[in-house]
Design a protein around this ligand. Structure first.
Ligand SMILES: NC(=O)c1ccc[n+]([C@@H]2O[C@H](COP(=O)([O-])OP(=O)(O)OC[C@H]3O[C@@H](n4cnc5c(N)ncnc54)[C@H](OP(=O)(O)O)[C@@H]3O)[C@@H](O)[C@H]2O)c1
Length: 320
């Protein structure tokens, strides 16, 4: 049922919908639900699971929990799965637990492999650009991680375009291509359209989208207030109550009407809008229940838009 798309100019295919474990897979969350979500995803052809060293809370617990459910249920399917992790945000105390130094990158991938119990990651990312570390040092660490067999491919996340270009060039020179760029992109956040999408296409680097549903804003979750069990209501949620503004709700209500006319939920239409762009290799969705994931997976059934629909969407979301 799943559709796969080549990641940039590589031979690696990604499912149109990938699953992210940033929220809902920490020790604060229900392990049974987390297991059900991952297994349902796998059964529906979602081959790609996205982690990072700091996902939780507490940091590291999402990798530990994924490792546990992987050992219990998916171990014999390792070659059917693409598992990624990242280092770049604060992870442990002292000067070596954050940023982009070789010291941090190398220690972090070793820790992530240990927490998950995996022999290697399919993709390992520099989680963010570190202005305090020469980019050559971070990129060389990524290249060496591939050469050491700890990851098959490497990627960058949230780098400014000019820094990404520098990194792509350096990797090309050393014959370890950058596979993929991960960035925030959704109906309410269009920044990658300015430079990054063209840059990735020029270098044949795939583009994978995070927070495609704007952390839940681009769904029916907040249409009637802030539910107690939602990300915005949780103290550890990255989405804050104050992010759910009347302006956003107004846009979401208008988008909902359009989604309805297309016969889709707002979540489906929001994902479909990203997937109708050939430059998007995959979208990494989050989900706090199997039913949310099921809703999201339906998006792939209708990813074409008429010019009029695209115009109406733009009028709603980029009106100010
Ligand atoms: N590279 C980076 O720096 C970076 C940064 C952020 C994220 N990421 C990656 O991207 C992944 C996805 O990010 P995200 O969790 O922000 O993605 P998202 O898909 O935009 O938001 C997921 C949240 O939206 C709500 N939701 C999802 N589907 C729904 C549906 N059908 N109906 C109603 N509500 C729905 C749920 O919130 P409730 O909890 O309220 O139910 C869910 O937890 C992360 O797990 C991570 O792997 C990477």
């Amino acid at each position: 049922m799943m559709t796969y798309r080549f990641c940039g100019n590589s031979g690696l295919q990604l499912p149109l919908i990938s699953l992210g474990l940033w929220h809902n897979f920490g020790d604060v969350d229900d392990f049974t639900t987390a297991t059900q979500i991952v297994l349902h995803a796998y059964e529906q052809g979602v081959t790609h699971f996205d982690l990072a060293n700091n996902y939780g809370p507490p940091p590291g617990s999402a990798e530990i929990n994924f490792g546990r459910l992987f050992r219990n249920h998916l171990k014999t399917h390792r070659d059917e799965l693409l598992i990624s992790s990242k280092a770049g945000h604060p992870m442990w105390t002292g000067p070596y637990g954050d940023g982009g130094s070789r010291k941090y990158m190398m220690a972090s991938i070793n820790q992530s492999l240990q927490r998950t119990g995996l022999d290697y990651f399919d993709i390992f990312y520099s989680h963010r650009y570190d202005p305090n570390t020469p980019i050559e040092e971070t990129v060389q660490a990524l290249i060496d991680i591939v050469k050491q067999g700890k990851a098959l491919y490497v990627g960058l996340s949230k780098y400014p375009a000019e820094k990404a270009r520098q990194a792509y060039n350096m990797m090309q020179e050393q014959h370890v291509r950058c596979l993929i760029f991960q960035d925030k992109y959704n109906l309410l956040h269009r920044k990658p359209e300015r430079e990054l999408i063209d840059l990735n296409e020029t270098y044949g680097v795939g583009f994978i989208v995070f927070s495609p549903l704007a952390q839940g804003l681009l769904t029916n979750r907040y249409l009637n207030g802030i539910p107690d069990d939602s990300r915005a209501a949780k103290s550890h949620g990255f989405l804050k109550r104050e992010d759910v503004t009347p302006e956003i709700i107004n846009k979401i209500k208008q988008l909902s009407i359009l989604a309805d006319e297309r016969g889709q939920s707002l979540a489906e239409m929001s994902l479909a809008w990203l997937l109708h762009k050939k430059s998007v290799s995959s979208v990494i969705v989050g989900a706090s229940s199997v039913s949310q994931l099921q809703d999201n997976l339906k998006a792939i059934n209708h990813i074409t838009f008429t010019d009029s629909e695209l115009r109406q969407i733009d009028e709603i979301v980029v009106s100010d």
